[in-house]
Design a protein around this ligand. Structure first.
Ligand code: ZN
Length: 241
C-alpha cells in the first residue's frame, strides 16, 4: 500500500497541480490531505474541487473551519483574518458543503492523522520537543501525521526524542521506532524551501520519503495581487517563509 500525503494547500492551485502531476508518476493507492485546503491563496473553490476529486481521505484545518464560519476571524492574525474573510465570500456552495463534512483527525491503516495535534486537532502547533512528546504520549500507532506548521518534520522516539526538519530527499523507516511526521505545506511552505511539499509513504515497507516540486509561484502571486490579497502573503511565497 503506497500513500501520498499532502497538507496546507491554502488555495494555491498551481502548487497543488504540480504536486498532483509529480504524484501521478508514483503509482500510489491513496492520497491523504491533512487540512487547510483554503485560506491565504487565490483559488479556494478550484482547490476544494481538486482535493475532493483526488484525495481519498481529507481533514479539516483551522482555515477551512474559518472559511465556513465555524471559527471566528478574531482568532487569526490580521492578515490571516483578511484572507479568511475574503475566502468566506468566495466559497461556492459545493466547497462549503465539502469543507463542512470534514473532521480535523482520523485513524486509518495503522496511522493517526491530525491537522494540528492530538492535544488539540485544529489549532495546536507541533514544533517544540514538549509538543512532540505530548503527541507521542497521546497516540499509539507507529506513524503519526500532522500538518498545520508548514514545516516538513520527522521526529522519532525510541528511548529518547530525535529528528528535526526534513528537507527534500529525507527518508525514514518506521515500524520499529515510532515516528511523527509533517509533510510540509503544498501552498505556503515556511521552512525556507519555497517548492511545494509532499510525502510518499510505503505502509508495507514502513518507509516515508519527503519530496518537493517546483511550481509557477509567480502565477499564484500575480493572481493574489490582482485580487488585492495582503502583500505579505504574496511576497512570502517565493521565499518559502
Ligand atoms: Zn495552514
Amino acid at each position: 500500500m503506497r500513500v501520498a500525503v499532502i497538507s496546507d494547500v491554502h488555495a494555491n492551485f498551481y502548487a497543488l497541480e504540480a504536486v498532483r502531476e509529480a504524484i501521478s508518476h508514483e503509482q500510489v493507492d491513496e492520497v491523504w490531505c491533512l487540512g487547510d485546503i483554503v485560506g491565504y491563496g487565490p483559488r479556494p473553490n478550484e482547490c476544494c474541487a481538486a482535493v475532493a476529486e483526488w484525495c481519498t481521505l481529507s481533514l479539516s484545518g483551522n482555515h477551512d473551519q474559518a472559511a465556513i464560519g465555524l471559527l471566528p476571524l478574531e482568532e487569526f492574525s490580521p492578515i490571516a483574518a483578511a484572507a479568511a474573510g475574503w475566502t468566506r465570500e468566495q466559497l461556492d456552495s459545493r466547497s462549503r458543503e465539502y469543507l463542512a463534512n470534514l473532521a480535523p483527525l482520523s485513524h486509518v491503516r495503522g496511522c493517526e492523522l491530525f491537522h494540528g495535534s492530538p492535544r488539540e486537532p485544529v489549532w495546536d502547533y507541533v514544533f517544540s520537543a514538549t509538543a512532540i512528546d505530548a503527541t507521542f504520549a497521546l497516540t499509539v500507532e507507529p506513524l503519526v501525521l500532522v500538518g498545520h506548521t508548514h514545516f516538513a518534520l520527522a521526529a522519532s522516539l525510541d528511548d529518547h526524542l530525535f529528528g528535526g526538519l526534513a528537507p527534500a530527499g529525507t527518508t525514514i523507516e518506521f515500524g520499529h521506532d515510532r515516528w511523527l511526521v509533517n509533510p510540509g505545506s503544498v501552498g505556503q511552505p515556511r521552512d525556507g524551501d519555497p517548492r511545494a511539499a509532499y510525502l510518499l509513504l510505503d505502509l508495507d515497507a514502513g518507509r516515508a520519503e519527503f519530496a518537493r516540486v517546483e511550481y509557477a509561484v509567480e502565477r499564484t502571486q500575480a493572481e493574489m495581487r490582482d485580487l488585492a490579497l495582503p502583500e505579505q502573503l504574496v511576497a512570502r511565497l517565493c521565499r518559502g517563509i
